[in-house]
Design a binder for this molecule. Structure first.
Ligand SMILES: Nc1ncnc2c1ncn2[C@@H]1O[C@H](COP(=O)(O)OP(=O)(O)OP(=O)(O)O)[C@@H](O)[C@H]1O
Ligand code: SF4
Ligand SMILES: [Mg+2]
Length: 335
């Protein structure tokens, strides 16, 4: 494990929302640490709490959200900080790239003007020509050809992948220490996805920024992240460096996600359908008691798995899994 300084420390984070059908416990008891310069993936199915965790770090949760626990950025507590203070941090120290670049960009403003604005908000002392030079430089960093020409174009003149590159350029405009990318490639086709991920890697290499990459796709983190946190039903179920996660999988849910990945070395045929985890994820207003994966887990043991929420246990260096049968389930033949 890396010995780099701790950038972000999340401790026992819980986020809930009052709804018509009761309290939605979107995130519960999540703890993790991000170190300087690492790329960490959060993976999980829809509704598992990935975006809510990211929004809490950004201070962008809806007002009705109830947040407990602690989020410390360079030792400074972010939970409970005023909107003004959070706005200061956002975009400068912590920046985010969302999934939908088309709606996040202003359609009636040239790309260069939007980059200019992103820089000016946090560095009002810069001149217009300095900001234009910076905009061109940023477009170059994210691999946009002829940036000196493209800087004067509108978002609709860019392809989906190119727009996502522009979003990445905007997010790194002020050299943030932490870049959160929430499903940055989900809306793109496979080839363009790979290019955008390569841009993120290149940005990480050139700027040394810490990247938190959120995705429902384990394949995306495989080639991009150093470390992965797997979320299920509002909690972290497994955390590991990428290789141990893939080759020494310790949680049955992660094993299910891995088995449902398309593999290039396996020839697919009608007989060899892709594995799918049985059943549906539970909803945040009615989590199952005990291990929340139990209703879908082929290794569940009644009276044991549904007794209490399994705490994360260490299974290797920097590798934890929240499963009470962590030593036994692998010996069983089913997934
Ligand atoms: N404004 C809200 N009010 C009530 N519940 C909400 C609200 N926003 C999200 N939730 C609930 O919080 C839970 C976590 O949502 P979140 O958006 O973090 O999931 P996610 O892992 O990012 O999923 P996806 O892959 O679909 O983006 C979900 O169960 C959702 O129903
Ligand atoms: S605690 Fe039980 S139900 Fe949960 S993942 Fe482990 S074996 Fe499956
Ligand atoms: Mg999300």
């Amino acid at each position: 494990m890396s010995a780099a300084a701790i950038l972000l420390e999340v401790e026992d984070l819980s986020i809930s929302f009052p709804t018509d059908v009761g309290l939605a416990r979107a995130v519960e008891g999540v703890s993790f640490v991000l170190r300087e310069g690492e790329t960490v993936g959060i993976v999980g199915e829809s509704g598992s709490g990935k975006s809510m965790t990211a929004m809490a770090i950004m201070g962008l949760l809806p007002k009705k959200a109830v947040v407990t626990g602690s989020i410390r950025f360079r030792g400074k507590e972010l939970v409970g900080l005023s909107d003004d203070k959070l706005r200061e941090i956002r975009g400068k120290d912590i920046a985010v790239v969302f999934q939908d670049a088309l709606t996040a960009l202003n359609p009636v403003m040239r790309v260069g003007e939007q980059l200019d604005e992103a820089v000016r908000v946090h560095r009002p002392d810069t001149t217009a020509s300095e900001r234009r030079a910076r905009a061109i430089e940023l477009l170059d960093v994210v691999g946009i050809p002829s940036p000196e020409l493209r800087v004067d174009r509108y978002p609709h003149e860019f392809s989906g992948g190119m727009r996502q590159r522009v979003m990445i350029a905007m997010s790194i405009a002020n050299e943030p220490d932490l870049l959160i990318a929430d499903e940055p490639t989900t809306a793109l086709d496979v080839t363009v996805q790979a290019q955008v991920l390569e841009v993120l890697r290149e940005v990480q290499r050139r700027t040394g920024t810490t990247v938190l990459l959120i995705t429902h796709d384990l394949g995306v983190v495989a080639g991009t992240a150093d470390r992965v946190m797997v979320m299920y039903a509002g909690g972290l179920v497994e955390t590991a460096d990428v290789d141990p996660l893939f080759y020494e999988t310790a949680h049955p849910y992660t094993a299910g996600l891995l088995a449902s990945l398309p593999r290039l070395d396996r020839r697919s045929s009608r007989e060899e359908r892709l594995y799918q985890i049985a059943g549906q994820p539970p909803v945040a207003t009615a989590w199952p008691v005990g291990c929340r994966f139990a209703p879908r887990c082929a290794h569940a043991v009644a009276g044991l798995c549904d007794a209490a929420t399994p705490p994360p246990v260490a299974v290797g260096e920097g590798h934890t899994a929240a499963c009470v049968r962590v030593d036994e389930w692998q010996k069983e033949a089913v997934l």
